[in-house]
Design a binder for this molecule. Structure first.
Ligand code: SAH
Length: 573
C-alpha cells in the first residue's frame, strides 16, 4: 500500500486496539482527539474535519468508532468521484471490523488483514468477494483494470452463471473459485495491450512497460507524444510503469508533468543514449524477459516486460535534498511539508540533537547524526548522498534559512558549479522547507513583541568579526528596531551578551522590555520577562532566545490569570 492508513481514535479506550492494528502497516500512525488522548502519534482537534481531510488527501482510514459516525462525517464527500481511499470502522474493543468504502482500493483486503490481527472474522458484504473468495476487480499491486464499468458488468455476468477462461499470467487468480471453462466465451485477459472494447472480456493490465525517451524528446507535449507512441504500438496507457530519461533532463518540468500525467515513476539513465538502446539495455537491470519496441532512431521507445515491474529496479532515481526546519521542537509546530520529507527520506542528516528531535525513524532509513561543526562539509556530504539517487533530509531546528544549514547547502552548490561533479549535483531536486524560527516561537509565547519592525541578529562571532556585530547592534538600536538575539552566549563566548546589552543601553531606556525564552516548544520550556537594566547573562544560555523590545514595546498582566503579555503596537505616535 502506498499511503499508510491513519488509525483514528476518539478516546483512550480504543488505544490498545489501535496499537494492535498499527504493526500491520508500516508507517501507520494513531491519530487521537486532542485533550482526550495524550499518547497518540498525531493529535487532531475535530473528528469531522479530520476525517474529511484524510479522505480528500487519499489517506486510508481505520476509524475506531461507530460505523454510523464515520458515514455521517464522510457523507458530503462520497458523491465526488476521484480518490476513494479504503475506509473501515473497527469496534474499539476490536470485536468487529467493518469495511465501509474503497472496494476497488482494497478495503476488503485491509479488513481481512486487520481482522486477522484482532483474531475476529471481517464483516465482508461484497457479493463477488463472498462467492469467489476474492475481489476480481481489485487485482494486486502492479496490475490495473482496463475499465471498472466493464469489470462490474463482467463480474455480474459471472454471478449470473457465466463461465470464464483466463489468458496471460494472473497468479493471484489461481486460488480464486471462479466458474472456469476452457471453451468459455468470456475471458479474463492479462495483457499490456489496450482493451478493444469487447464486452465479453475483462482486461487487466500489468504495469510492465518502460517508456524511454532522449534529450530531444524533452519539452512540452511529452505526455501527449508518449501516449501517442504507446497507442501506435497498441500498448495501454495503464500498462506504463516507468518513464526513463537521461539525467541531464532531470530538472525539465515537462518530464515531471509527463510522469505525473502518465501516472508512472520517473527514473533516470546516466547517459544520453538512444531511447531504443537504453530500453534495450534494461535486460540487465530488469532481470525479467522483455522485448523492445521502437526503432533505433526513434526518440521514444518501449521495453515490455513479461511481468509487472518494480520501478526501483529500472535506472536510478533522481536524488532529492530536502533542507528542512523542524520548528522549535514541538511536533505540532513542524510544517506538514517538513514532516512529509522526513517520512519519505532515505537518509537523515544533521546534528545529533536535532536528528533525535526529528525521529523516530523506520529501520530502513539511514540516520547520519553528526557533531561535525563544519557546515560546508556536511552540505557537501548531503549532495554526495543525494546525487547517488537517495532522498536526503537535512534537518535544522527552527527555520533552516535562519542561522542554519540552508545557506551552507546553497553555498556548496554554488561553489561546485565549475567542478566535475556539478552536473550530478545540479540534477538533485533541491527543496528548502521553512520552519518556525526560535524568535517567532518565543514571540508567540510572550504575545507579539515582534508586532512592529524588528531584526534578527546572531551574537556569535564564530563566523563573523565581533566589530561587525557591534556596528549592527548600534544601528539597530538607533533605528529603534526590536531585536531578536540568536546564539546569545556560550561557554566559549561568555561576555558578548553583556557587551551587546551595554551597546543597546546607550540608545534605549533601562525599563525597555526584554523577553527570555528558553527551550521554547521543548520539555521544560521557560519564559521570562525582564528589563534591559536587569538583563543578566547568568539567566541566559545557548538554548535561550533574547528579544529586546523597542521604545514602544510594552507589557501588562491580567488580574484574572496573572499571565503577562508583551506586545509592540503597530503604530507610532
Ligand atoms: N535555525 C534556528 C536557529 C539556530 S541558531 C531557528 O530558526 O530557530 C541557535 C540559537 O537559536 C540558539 O542559540 C538560541 O538562541 C535559539 N534557539 C533555537 N531553538 C530555540 C528554542 N527552542 N528556544 C529558545 N531559543 C532557541
Amino acid at each position: 500500500m502506498s499511503t499508510p492508513p491513519a488509525i483514528v481514535i476518539l478516546g483512550v479506550g480504543a488505544l490498545a486496539t489501535a496499537r494492535r492494528i498499527q504493526p500491520c502497516y508500516e508507517g501507520a500512525r494513531v491519530h487521537g482527539l486532542q485533550g482526550r488522548v495524550n499518547d497518540a502519534d498525531v493529535a487532531y482537534t475535530e473528528l469531522n474535519a479530520h476525517l474529511r481531510e484524510l479522505y480528500s488527501s487519499g489517506t486510508p482510514i481505520v476509524a475506531l468508532c461507530a460505523a454510523g459516525i464515520v458515514i455521517r462525517c464522510l457523507a458530503p464527500l462520497l458523491a465526488n468521484k476521484g480518490v476513494e481511499p479504503p475506509v473501515l470502522a473497527v469496534a474499539e474493543d476490536g470485536s468487529a471490523v467493518v469495511p465501509l468504502r474503497g472496494g476497488l482500493s482494497g478495503v476488503n483486503t485491509m479488513a481481512r488483514e486487520i481482522a486477522a490481527a484482532l483474531d475476529v472474522p471481517p464483516a465482508i458484504t461484497t457479493s463477488g468477494e463472498l462467492r469467489f473468495g476474492a475481489c476480481v476487480l481489485n487485482p494486486p499491486d502492479g496490475y490495473t483494470l482496463a475499465s471498472i464499468d466493464q469489470g462490474k458488468r463482467f463480474v455480474s455476468d459471472l454471478l449470473a452463471g457465466e463461465a470464464t477462461r483466463s489468458e496471460g499470467d494472473a497468479p493471484w487468480l489461481d486460488d480464486v473459485q471462479l466458474p472456469r471453462a476452457e471453451d468459455a466465451r468470456r475471458a479474463i485477459r492479462v495483457t499490456p495491450l489496450a482493451w478493444s472494447g469487447a464486452t465479453d472480456e475483462l482486461v487487466i493490465h500489468p504495469r510492465s512497460v518502460v517508456v524511454a525517451v532522449d534529450a530531444k524528446t524533452a519539452g512540452d507535449g511529452l505526455y501527449e507524444r508518449s501516449l501517442a507512441a504507446a497507442q501506435e504500438h497498441g500498448l495501454a496507457a495503464q500498462s506504463l510503469a516507468v518513464l526513463l530519461a537521461p539525467l541531464s533532463l532531470a530538472s525539465d518540468p515537462a518530464l515531471r508533468h509527463a510522469a505525473d500525467a502518465l501516472q508512472v515513476t520517473l527514473r533516470f539513465t546516466a547517459d544520453d543514449a538512444q531511447p531504443a538502446r537504453s530500453a534495450g539495455m534494461l535486460s540487465r537491470s530488469l532481470r525479467v524477459p522483455h522485448k523492445t519496441l521502437g526503432a533505433e532512431q526513434a526518440h521514444i521507445a518501449f521495453a515490455v516486460a513479461h511481468a509487472p515491474l518494480a520501478p526501483a529496479t529500472v535506472g536510478s532515481a533522481r536524488g532529492r535534498l530536502s533542507v528542512i526546519g523542524l520548528g522549535p521542537g514541538d511536533a505540532s509546530l513542524m510544517a506538514p511539508a517538513a514532516r512529509a520529507a522526513l517520512t519519505q527520506a532515505t537518509d537523515i542528516l544533521g546534528y545529533e540533537t536535532y536528528v533525535k528531535m526529528a525521529g523516530p525513524f523506520r529501520a530502513a532509513q539511514r540516520v547520519h547524526g553528526t557533531d561535525n561543526r563544519e557546515e560546508m562539509q556536511r552540505a557537501r556530504h548531503a549532495f554526495e548522498l543525494a546525487s547517488e539517487g537517495r532522498h536526503v533530509a537535512m534537518v535544522s531546528s527552527g527555520d533552516p534559512g535562519v542561522f542554519a544549514m540552508a545557506a551552507a547547502v546553497l553555498e556548496a552548490l554554488d561553489d561546485a558549479r565549475n567542478e566535475p561533479h556539478s552536473a550530478a549535483w545540479a540534477a538533485v531536486e533541491l527543496e528548502i522547507v521553512p520552519g518556525v524560527s526560535a524568535a517567532l516561537a518565543t514571540a508567540a509565547q510572550a504575545g507579539a513583541p515582534l508586532g512592529h519592525d524588528f531584526c534578527m541578529v546572531s551574537l556569535s562571532d564564530n563566523l563573523k568579526p565581533w566589530s561587525i556585530i557591534e556596528t549592527r547592534l548600534r544601528h539597530a538600536a538607533e533605528a529603534d528596531l526590536v531585536m531578536a538575539f540568536y546564539n546569545p552566549i556560550s561557554r566559549a563566548r561568555p561576555w558578548q551578551l553583556d557587551k551587546a546589552r551595554d551597546i543597546v543601553r546607550e540608545f534605549r531606556a533601562p525599563a525597555t522590555v526584554v523577553v527570555l525564552g528558553r527551550d521554547i516548544g521543548r520539555p521544560g520550556a521557560t519564559l521570562k520577562t525582564t528589563t534591559l537594566s536587569e538583563l543578566k547573562s547568568a539567566e541566559v544560555d545557548m538554548r535561550t532566545m533574547v528579544i529586546v523590545g523597542s521604545s514602544t514595546t510594552r507589557a501588562f498582566r491580567l488580574d484574572s490569570s496573572g499571565k503577562e503579555w508583551v506586545y509592540t503596537p503597530r503604530w507610532y505616535e
